[in-house]
Design a protein around this ligand. Structure first.
Ligand code: UFG
Length: 341
């Protein structure tokens, strides 16, 4: 039987490449588009080594309407789309707001236009817990009101969610969409053939930790230890990227089975909050590496604490966390070592 074709925008990126692997292993035929602005071709080789097959790939920008039309026409029978492609650095978005709005909002509009033209109805969208801003109470559920975003990046995710809700609610709409609000994805595929590949100095905690342990960075700076949390450092919900990738497969299936409402929103996290210091200690325990770190000033825009209520995703998406923080960190370390540290 022919595999059902799913377009994966940003399929060479960190989460995208893991989702491509899970989709294929679940029996789907992923088709990747990526323009490599924040990803590398080596991810496609990693995917191929894991799966033992080449995944169809188109090097295009999702903002390029004609190129997008050409891909939909050439692929013929796309049944759904997972839209990962976006800029994702909170700090950079403050420096380059126009680029963020243009790329993140613009690419979604282009994609929706082409999906409508070609009658493709199912869309899984990469949203973020950043839409909750600084929450009043923890954990956050999908009903927790969203607040003004702390950055243009966060604002693009809120705007994209609004656009999707409006488009799906139009009387003649055919779109059905699942918004996945990711918490903090970490770790790498157990094969260590794909993982997070930050360009330049990492902005995110885990690649900074692994590069420090590998001797590429001198020391980790923990951004503040006087927050109103038990040990004073920020609390986040760190979810294994393979678990997160699997949530996309279930979401796609749910849309194709037409079980879903027109728009559904799910938190994808573990339901556990861990502080930065706990992450450092867990990394040391999991890998036997001693980590050089100092406490620095707080980073602008950081939310003191956020973690997910995952009741809805557990019940309705059957989402499960299969690995502990230590296991996720140890897979990140294995990936770092595979890069030839
Ligand atoms: N941190 C450090 N030192 C570092 C890097 C990070 O102490 O060198 C701390 C941060 O202050 C924060 C925690 O580690 O408390 C996690 O920081 P990340 O940058 O890894 O992740 P964020 O929680 O800031 O951001 C992530 C995603 C964003 C997303 C956001 C939603 O990277 O895309 O979650 O809250 F928008």
């Amino acid at each position: 039987m022919d595999r059902i074709k799913i377009l994966v925008t940003g399929g060479a990126g960190y989460i995208g490449s893991h989702a491509v692997v899970e989709l294929y292993e679940a029996g789907f035929q992923p088709v990747i588009i990526d323009n490599f602005v924040n990803s590398q071709e080596s991810a496609l080789r990693g995917v191929e080594e894991i799966l033992g097959v080449k995944v169809p790939f188109h090097r295009i920008d999702c903002n390029d309407l004609e190129a997008m039309r050409a891909v939909f026409a050439e692929e013929g029978s796309l049944r759904g789309v997972i839209h990962f492609a976006a800029y994702k650095a909170v700090g950079e978005s403050v420096q380059k707001p126009l680029e963020y709005y243009q790329n993140n909002v613009g690419s979604l509009l282009t994609l929706l236009q082409v999906m409508r033209e070609f009658g493709v109805e199912a869309l899984v969208f990469s949203s973020s817990c950043t839409v909750y801003g600084v929450p009043d109470a923890l954990p956050v559920t999908e009903q927790t009101p969203t607040k003004k975003a702390n950055s243009p990046y966060g604002a693009t995710k809120q705007m994209c969610e609004d656009i999707l809700r409006d488009v799906a609610a139009a009387p003649d709409a055919s779109l059905r969409t699942i918004l996945l609000r990711y918490f903090n994805p970490i770790g790498a595929h157990p094969s260590a053939k794909i993982g997070e590949l930050p360009l330049g100095v990492p902005q995110n905690l885990i690649p900074y930790v692994t590069q420090t342990a590998a001797g590429i960075r001198e020391k980790l700076t923990i951004y503040g230890n006087t927050y109103d949390t038990p040990d004073g450092t920020n609390i986040r919900d760190y979810v294994h990227v393979v678990d997160l990738a699997k949530a996309h497969v279930v979401a796609v299936q749910r849309l194709l089975d037409a079980q879903a409402e027109r728009v559904e929103t799910f938190n994808v996290g573990t339901g556990r909050g861990n502080s930065v210091l706990e992450v450092v200690q867990a990394f040391e325990r999991a890998t036997g590496q001693k980590l050089n770190y100092v406490i620095g000033p707080p980073r602008a825009g950081d939310v003191p604490a956020i973690y997910a209520d995952v009741t809805k995703s557990t019940q309705e998406l059957h989402f499960q966390t299969t690995s502990t923080l230590e296991e996720a960190l140890s897979s990140a370390w294995k990936w770092q070592l595979s890069l030839g540290a």
